[in-house]
Design a protein around this ligand. Structure first.
Ligand code: PLP
Length: 387
């Protein structure tokens, strides 16, 4: 099926080179990297090479890289490690636009004796850094703030955030799941303590992730058992996927410029053509610093879900930020946090591109979208507002 896939913030195609790198580790080199025989050692050596590839991609050292099963596990591990190591500190700080892997954990902790501060964002999705600084108190054990938002692509100033947390002596965890591969990450320059990435957002498979833990910073394992990952994450390593993630990181470094030139140009063309040809549309976070692949657009007075279904008929795969909760579509918490009304949040569609998209994809979306919106607006109960 020839899909025009513009839902890359949800997940990405596994790159062919990544598949190729992984395959021998299913078939020939299936040894356990902890085994002492040569057959285990071959796998262990290749896993170390993957660790080097990831470390180099992040500007980190190899012993700062812990392989996990996903971004959610990395986020949970970092936060729970700090919680468990600091039993006398009961305050956590995060933002209103985090992924549920952070927000729901903070929610859980707040029901179990912790105080949480959820920092708001403004209409452009920006944080007030003074408010962050003012929120930190003696009881604060961790600040967890994402690098780039999955729905809007808006980038938070993590350099400034890490300066603030360093000055105040508080640990900083950064969810960089959507930043990795789209903007440069150099942890040799930014004093972040913990950082999460996820394989399936950068053309490696689903089910593998990384937690960076800065040298000298404690990590209590979330999964307790064997001594894998130097006792920091028990469980026999998913070696094919780890090898794939290493390759994906190597490729991501190569394609970084491409994202910030060609992919960004495609995204920008999509946006200005939509603004030009489809009336009553708003780009969320248009005035903010954003990752180059993401566009979140409100088509006022049309249901985002209906737009997706119509795009689907042309094999175009995009997404809304709405989540299904108890059979009802809940508007995106990210858009609501930006002060967007529930009605407008239901009219948002996210297009997220990758290096596998091309101009033809953008042209096809632009060919079909205006008539889809026009048709839906004709049957919309709000049609009179278009005059
Ligand atoms: N953090 C962000 C910002 C994400 O976008 C996602 C996935 O959508 C996650 C965390 C969770 O990653 P995973 O699906 O690997 O658990």
């Amino acid at each position: 099926m020839n899909v025009i896939y513009v839902d890359n913030n949800a997940t990405t195609k596994v790159a062919n080179d990544v598949v190729e790198a992984m395959l021998p580790f299913f078939t020939n080199f299936y040894g356990n990297p902890s085994s002492v025989h040569n057959y285990g050692e071959i796998v262990s050596d290749r896993m170390n090479q993957a660790r080097e590839q990831v470390a180099s991609f992040l500007g980190a050292q190899t012993d700062e890289i812990v392989f996990t099963s996903c971004g959610s596990e990395s986020n949970n591990t970092a936060i729970m490690s700090v919680i468990n190591s600091n039993p006398d500190k009961k305050h956590i700080i995060t933002t209103a636009v985090e992924h549920p892997a952070v927000l729901n954990l903070c929610d859980y902790l707040s029901k179990n004796g912790y105080k949480k501060t959820i920092l708001p964002v403004d209409k452009d999705g920006r944080l007030d850094l003074q408010q962050l600084e003012d929120s930190i108190c003696d009881d604060t054990c961790i600040v967890s703030i994402m690098w780039a938002n999955n729905e809007t692509g808006i980038i938070f100033p993590v350099e400034k955030i890490s300066d603030i947390t360093k000055n105040r002596g508080v640990l900083f965890h950064c969810d960089a799941v959507q930043a990795a591969g789209k903007i440069p990450i150099d942890l040799s320059k930014i004093p972040i303590d913990y950082l999460s990435i996820s394989g399936h957002k950068l053309h490696a498979p689903k089910g593998v992730g990384v937690l960076f833990v800065r040298k000298g910073i404690e990590l209590n394992p979330l999964i307790i058992g064997g001594h894998q990952e130097k006792g920091r994450r028990a469980g026999t390593e998913n070696t094919p996927y780890i090898v794939g993630l290493g390759k994906a990181c190597e490729l991501a470094a190569v394609y970084l410029d491409y994202y910030n030139t060609k992919v960004k140009n495609m995204r920008d063309k999509l946006e200005w053509s939509i603004l030009k040809h489809i009336p009553n549309t708003t780009i969320n976070g248009q005035n903010s610093h954003r990752i180059p692949n993401t566009s979140n657009i409100i088509f006022h007075n049309v249901e985002g879900e209906a737009i997706l279904l119509h795009l689907n008929e042309f094999n175009i795969a995009a997404s809304t930020g709405s989540a299904c909760a108890s059979g009802l579509m809940e508007p995106s918490h990210v858009l609501l946090a930006m002060g967007i009304s529930e009605k407008d949040a239901h009219s948002a569609v996210r297009f997220s591109l990758s290096r596998f998209n091309n101009d033809r994809d953008i042209n096809l979306i632009l060919e079909h979208l205006p008539s889809i919106i026009k048709k839906l607006r004709q049957i919309s109960p709000f049609k009179e507002s278009f005059g």
